[in-house]
Ligand binder design. Structure first.
Ligand SMILES: C[S@@+](CC[C@H](N)C(=O)[O-])C[C@H]1O[C@@H](n2cnc3c(N)ncnc32)[C@H](O)[C@@H]1O
Length: 228
């Protein structure tokens, strides 16, 4: 176990992501399951998250569920979901937000629902999230929903790739804002990566959405550009 942790823990995140992409695209399902188990067992737990400065929490609204975040996004807005899987939440985005454009990013769309795939507002981008995000102009999106690889290194990379693509006043939203560390069974880095971003870049927290499994959503608003 220690050896596995050292091997995976020290590997370059991009190398890991490329390996994962190749595995997901080419190998049969039983091998993929084995790989996922190996990766979960070997990912080292991230350290504790920093606390959040109170002024960045003062304007936060607590919501019943992540669907309520969607209810508060602007109709006709342009959004992106990083990590789509079957497209169940994407379908909800289409219904509740009525976006002008919804961009979906995943390493594979093999499981995507037909109604989402066929919606004329949907644009599919197959590939690694960091690379796909890099292809958009800055300030292109009104909001970005991040729900891809949950490891600490991957979430940090997604944040770095995504934040400049959101317009000032737009939202960066994260699923599974949770500190889930089960020794030997996996570690979520979403909580730590997001707390560090809030602390360092001072994006206020505007929504926090309840979830029965304590896998909360959190939404940050990009501060307006300082006056020229
Ligand atoms: C938890 S699922 C997304 C669920 C979806 N957001 C929902 O709520 O219905 C995570 C998805 O992220 C994708 N994913 C993981 N790492 C990725 C990466 N580096 N780039 C793009 N997609 C990735 C996986 O293929 C998987 O389909």
């Amino acid at each position: 176990m220690l050896t596995l942790s050292i091997v995976v823990g020290r590997a370059h995140p991009e190398m890991l992501a490329r390996t994962e992409l190749w595995i997901r695209r080419t190998l049969p399902e039983p091998v993929k399951v084995f790989y996922r188990l190996f990766r979960l067992m070997a990912t080292p737990a991230p350290g504790a998250s920093p606390s959040l400065p109170q002024p960045l929490l003062d304007g936060c609204r607590v919501l019943e569920s992540r669907s309520e975040i969607l209810n508060r996004l602007d109709k006709g807005s342009v959004g992106i979901e990083v990590g789509t899987f079957r497209g169940d939440f994407a379908a909800e985005m289409l219904r509740r937000v009525e976006p002008r454009e919804l961009h979906l990013v995943d390493v594979t769309f093999a499981n995507l629902r037909a109604d989402v795939r066929d919606d004329p507002r949907v644009h599919l981008h197959g590939g690694l999230s960091v690379e796909v995000l890099a292809g958009f102009p800055d300030e292109h999106f009104d909001w970005a929903y991040i729900d891809g690889d949950h490891s600490y290194a991957a979430v940090r990379a997604d944040i770095e790739a995504a934040w400049s693509k959101v317009r000032p006043g737009g939202l960066l939203i994260f699923n599974d804002f949770a500190r889930y560390n089960q020794p030997g069974f996996g570690a979520f880095g979403v909580h730590k990566a997001v707390c560090e971003f809030v602390r360092d870049r001072r994006w206020p927290v505007v929504f926090w959405a309840f979830n029965g499994e304590a896998l909360y959503d959190i939404a940050l608003r990009r501060p307006d550009a300082p006056p020229a």
